[in-house]
Design a protein around this ligand. Sequence first.
Ligand SMILES: [Zn+2]
Length: 292
Amino acid sequence: MVSTYKAVKKAQKGKLRGAIRSIVLDTLFIKDVFVRNDYLLDIPRVQFLYIHHVFKDEADNFDKLLSFLSKKHTFISHSEAVERLLNGNVDRPYISWSSDDGIHSNMIAAKILEKYGASCCFFLNPYSIGLKDDEKLRFFCNKKLELPKVSFLDWDDVYKLQKDGHEIGAHTYEHDRVSDMTAVEFEEDFFKTDKELTAKCGKIKHFAFTYGKYSDFNKKAYDIVFSNGYESCSSASRGCHISNGNQIKKNELFIRRDQIIAGWPLNQMKYFIKASAKKLSLDTNFIPNSYK
Ligand SMILES: [Zn+2]
């Protein structure tokens, strides 16, 4: 069972995509170090940052990021962030945290977030909660998450997170790609997920679709999420949000989130956060044309 970021990186080493990506990133964030652009963080906005894990060897770095961000931002819950956007009430820089996939090291993340008064919305797959079977774990991690075998939260962990002020959201039942499902299949998956999470955690209001690109999801699934009483739907498309009076209607807000890997160098994390703040416009609030 892998429990460090170093081991995750080692297991993923040799995958070409990862190698090219890290070369591109190195070039970008090294350039950014020499530009004085921290003023971008003063822009009133809601920026949703999301993680997958904070393994023990990422904890110090994550703490440093929180310390840096806390100087210029107010941390708010996912629910408050959605509410502020819909009410057009974004008067200063806000950050809202979420986490996908329910990996056990989220307990480390939660502790650090709590230290800075931040809460997190954990988007979970009921299938993996408390999953212990070796073969199932290996298959799920490799095929669905592209990770070596890691451990997951169990229900007691989930209850503790809720007790400590965090929110729980839905992320499909078994981390399948929504664009591979028919509308009927997605509806079944959605209700199965909602039923199990609701039975354990109470009403669920937020959904994040798997894999995160707009092409991994579709308009029909988006409509199913909102027509069943959910208040938000999150992608993993980079960007952040501003308000403009009350112009964002509930089902027109498709949340963009910036992925943060706590094991990245601090400057790399800052680069992504500032790059989204720089690109901020009213257009980043709305759903893409293919969803209209
Ligand atoms: Zn996921």
